[in-house]
Design a protein around this ligand. Structure first.
Ligand code: ZN
Length: 148
């Protein structure tokens, strides 16, 4: 295992505003969600420090993709390998709720790793909720309006 990147990870405990989505990244997530509907889409949030610069689509390999997501393991492995080689950091994950709101479902809360990563969840209306998966559970960071 490599040392924790906690120091450079986004955090709400410092009182700093983190996790604003750029219009470009928000649109990447919405486009992927629309293409994947009625299945949930998923992918990785890449960037540096607290700045998300890219939403990278990944395959949803869950057996019930209508209501769940599981990021293809190889996509995670590749992204972490690229990060170690000097590429963008893996800041978090995104997925869609084709019939639900832009907030963590009971399933999401149950499977959250509480590892300090950012979750972006795009709801049925295109709104994108940004959540910090901290040790006390999900904290709301911001919500991006449905159309941007
Ligand atoms: Zn979910």
């Amino acid at each position: 295992m490599r040392p924790s990147r906690e120091k450079s990870s986004p955090s709400t405990s410092s009182g700093r505003a983190v996790g604003e989505l750029s219009d470009t990244v928000a649109q990447q997530i919405r486009d992927h969600a629309q293409l994947s509907a009625p299945l949930e889409c998923c992918g990785l949030l890449l960037g540096e420090g607290s700045t998300i610069t890219e939403a990278r689509p990944a395959r949803n390999v869950h057996l019930s993709p209508q209501t769940h997501f599981e990021i293809e393991p190889q996509a995670l492995i590749d992204a972490h390998r690229a990060e170690r080689a000097g590429g963008p950091q893996v800041l978090g994950y995104y997925h869609s709720h084709p019939r639900g709101p832009a907030e963590p479902s009971a399933t999401d809360r149950a499977m959250a790793a509480r590892d300090g990563r950012i979750w972006a969840i795009v709801g049925h209306n295109g709104a994108i909720g940004l959540w910090y998966d901290g040790k006390h559970g999900f904290e709301a960071l911001s919500t991006t309006a449905p159309s941007g």
